[in-house]
Design a protein around this ligand. Structure first.
Ligand code: PGA
Length: 258
């Protein structure tokens, strides 16, 4: 069985002082949830402070982005070796990066390649817009994002990759996908395309998350689905009690599936 995975994407929220406060509130409750991977992805400026607070826990740290080059004249960017010093994970190709910062399947591909070669597990985000969804292009869009995002990348160990299916129309809108609908895309499109690229064994091991308006009240529905291995949580990861409840729901969903 795949170990459930719950990650909080803080986006552009929290100063160092605020981050310290939130993490201190969260750690005891999150630590008490066992059997699942818990990951916090706060802004770059807070990574060092958060990593100090997470020392001695098994809660992992992730970055929200990185450049693919190791170093150089890239003002404003953060390199894979800088990320690797503090983080086990990095979110790559989030739809907000694609929509507002010009990221494409090709830059996603470079970043994924670079993360893997630095021993960082990429959380690769895919997902369709509302228009694409309404035009029934979901499958085509996701297949393209996966094939181009992972082009020329060899994966033999499924634990080195996490994928998040985040329909853009569900992000920050309060309008989550249905659990069954998300499971159909995750199993029928995402996992099957990973099987096509890397074989069944790798596909069975890769964790695939759902993201988009996951909250404490709807989390359990997602975690009971056979192909949904966890969640990438935005807004609800900024509230300690809410995020802890989501982690608890993931642990319970895992037990129910055993
Ligand atoms: P949301 O964001 O949970 O606030 O919808 C999810 C994400 O963008 O990763």
């Amino acid at each position: 069985m795949r170990k459930p995975f719950v990650a909080g994407n803080w986006k552009m929220h929290k100063t160092v002082a605020e981050a310290r406060h939130l993490v201190s509130e969260m750690v005891p409750g999150l630590q008490a949830v066992s059997g699942i991977d818990r990951v916090l992805c706060p802004p770059f400026t807070t990574l060092l402070a958060v990593s100090a607070l997470l020392a001695g826990t098994d809660i992992a740290l992730g970055a929200q982005n990185m450049h693919w080059e190791i170093a150089g004249a890239f003002t404003g960017e953060v390199s894979p070796s800088m990320v690797a010093e503090l983080c086990k994970y990095v979110i790559i190709g989030h739809s907000e990066r694609r929509a507002y910062f010009g990221e494409t399947d090709s830059t996603v591909n470079r970043k994924v390649q670079s993360a893997l070669s630095h021993g960082i597990v990429p959380i690769v985000c895919v997902g369709e817009t509302l228009q694409e969804n309404e035009a029934r292009l979901t499958e085509e869009v996701i297949l393209r994002q996966i094939k181009e995002g992972l082009a020329r990348i060899d994966i033999t160990d499924g634990s080195t990759l996490v994928i998040a299916y985040e329909p853009i129309w569900a992000i920050g809108t309060g309008r989550a996908a249905t659990a069954q609908g998300a499971n159909t895309v995750i199993g029928g499109v995402v996992r099957s395309s990973i099987a096509e690229l890397y074989g069944q064994e790798v596909a069975e091991a890769v964790r695939i998350l759902y993201g988009g308006s996951v909250k404490a009240e709807n989390a359990a529905d997602f975690f009971l689905q056979s192909d949904i291995d966890g969640a990438l949580v935005g807004g609800a990861s900024l509230k300690a009690a809410e995020f802890i409840k989501i982690a608890q729901a993931a642990a319970q969903g895992y037990l129910a599936g055993q």
